[in-house]
Each structure stands twice: as C-alpha cells, then as structure tokens.
Design a protein around this ligand. Structure first.
Ligand SMILES: NC(=O)c1ccc[n+]([C@@H]2O[C@H](COP(=O)([O-])OP(=O)(O)OC[C@H]3O[C@@H](n4cnc5c(N)ncnc54)[C@H](O)[C@@H]3O)[C@@H](O)[C@H]2O)c1
Length: 249
C-alpha cells in the first residue's frame, strides 16, 4: 500500500473513536494525516499519538455543523498542503433519542445537520480540490442504522440512510474523474458514542450477533484504509457492512 506514502489524508472527527483509529491507521501506511475535529484538545492528542509513532500529522479545527467553516477550512488545507488525496467523513453524533411523535424538530435538524449536511458540505469541498488534482478516494461513515430502521433513533437512521444515497450519487458523478466514493456501515463499535446506548440493547446485540461481540475501532479503520487503497480499485459507491454479520440476522 505504498499509495499512501507522502499523500495527504483528511479525517473529520479524528479526535476520538473511529476517527482517531482511522487517522492512526492512515499514518502507519505513510500518509500525512490532516486531523480535524471541533474539539481542539482531543484533535491535538491524535496528532501527538501519530507523531510519537514517527508519523506525520497536523491539526485543523473544523466543526462540520458549520457549512461556511467547512468550505473555508478545506480551501485553506488545500492551499497549504497542496492536495487532499484521501478523505474520511467520520464526524457524527448519535443525537437525542425519542419516538417520532415526541421528537423535537430541533433535535431532528441538529442530527441531520451534523450527520448528513456535514458530510455533504465536506464531500463538496473535498471533491472541488480532488478534481483539480485528478485524483481522490473518499470514505463516508454511515452505520448499520443506514440500512435498518432504529426505534427511537429516526433522525440518526434517516441521516445515515442519507449518507448512503449521497455516497452512491457521488460515485456515479465522479467515477470518470478518478475519484472513488464509498461508505462503511459499522455495527456497534467500542467508542464513547455507544456509552449512551442502553445496556439491554447492547447485550441483545451481542447475543444475536453471529460473532457474539461488538467491534473495535481498529477493525473499522482497517476496512476504511482498504477502501481508500488501490486494493479496492473497482469498488465505488459501495456500502460495506462492518458488523460481524449482524445485518444478516
Ligand atoms: N460507535 C459506533 O457504534 C458507531 C456505529 C456506526 C456508526 N458510527 C459512526 O461513526 C462515526 C464516529 O463515531 P464514534 O463512535 O467514533 O464517535 P465518538 O463520539 O467516539 O467520536 C466522534 C468524534 O467526532 C467529533 N465530532 C462530533 N461532532 C462534531 C462536529 N460537529 N464537528 C467536528 N467533529 C465533531 C467528536 O469531537 C469526536 O472526536 C460517527 O459518524 C458515527 O455515527 C459509530
């Protein structure tokens, strides 16, 4: 996988969880990682982790709920770094959970704004840069909830279904421009995000999961790296499940 050496790889929400693991995995492959997050402290911790391992990384503050900030920051990154070769649109939230008839439209809008419009705006700015260089590989982080409904999590599920539609459309629009766009659909993964999931739901998932466990951030990161690499050269617009087979149950 020498294709990552001295190339730039931008990861959103790279201060924790899946984003941090992906940033680390990309640096191990030789990429200079553009670590972005709205949390400067955790983002800089990711940079320190990478540099302590001998990798290259730089932090840019980026809040994916703010469309103008996305556009200006990605332009700034492109100008300073010269390219954005790889991008992973990972930043996302679980959002407030409630049945549809009581869900506040503000909560709906907030979840959709971060999880779907945030990915759209990042994708748009990244593709503008990639078109100039004639090369790009993008992975968007959807979810098992992008394939199945989630009782009490309609906004989250709708946002992740939207990410898959956006990914498939982008794959069609930019396939001839040497830009591939794919998505991953993780099941429950061991991060801060699942701390708010009720224990009985996690236990049930583990019980029915063919592999009888939740996933690790490294397992998601390694799949993302594969989708960004030349080894997946004819994979475009796909939604790869990383769920131990739970989606088939
Ligand atoms: N953990 C899971 O079980 C799971 C399963 C499926 C999909 N996902 C998806 O994976 C992605 C990462 O989730 P995670 O579990 O690593 O979560 P996490 O909470 O551990 O990390 C999320 C990161 O995103 C950052 N972030 C949040 N809002 C942001 C914003 N507005 N702008 C920029 N950065 C922001 C946080 O600071 C944090 O560093 C999300 O899109 C999530 O929906 C997670």
């Amino acid at each position: 996988m020498s294709e990552f050496i001295n190339k730039t790889a931008l990861v959103t929400g790279a201060g924790a969880g899946i984003g941090r693991a992906t940033a680390v995995a990309l640096s191990v492959k030789g990429a200079k990682v553009i670590v972005t997050d709205f949390n400067e402290i955790s983002g800089n911790e990711t940079v320190s982790e990478i540099t302590a391992m001998g990798g290259k990384a730089v932090f840019y503050s980026l809040d994916v709920s703010k469309s103008e900030e996305i556009s200006s920051t990605i332009k700034e990154i492109f100008k300073k770094e010269g390219s954005i070769d790889f991008a992973v649109n990972n930043a996302g939230i679980g959002g407030n959970l409630a049945p549809i008839h009581t869900l506040d439209v503000k909560d709906w809008n907030n979840t959709l704004n971060i999880n779907l419009t945030g990915v759209f705006c990042c994708l748009q700015s990244q593709i503008q840069c990639m078109l100039q260089n004639g090369f790009g590989r993008i992975v968007n982080i959807a979810s098992m909830a992008g394939i199945k409904g989630v009782g009490g999590g309609s906004a989250y599920s709708a946002s992740k279904h939207g990410v898959l539609g956006l990914t498939k459309s982008a794959a069609i629009e930019y396939g001839t421009h040497n830009i591939r766009v794919n998505a991953v659909c993780p099941g429950f993964i061991d991060t801060e995000m699942i701390k708010s999931v009720p224990k009985k739901i996690l236990d049930f998932n583990t019980q029915v999961n063919p592999m009888k466990r939740i996933g690790t951030t490294k397992e998601v990161a390694d799949t993302i790296v594969w989708l960004l690499s030349n080894e997946s050269s004819f994979v475009n617009g796909s939604s790869m499940s990383i769920d131990g087979g739970y989606g088939n149950v």
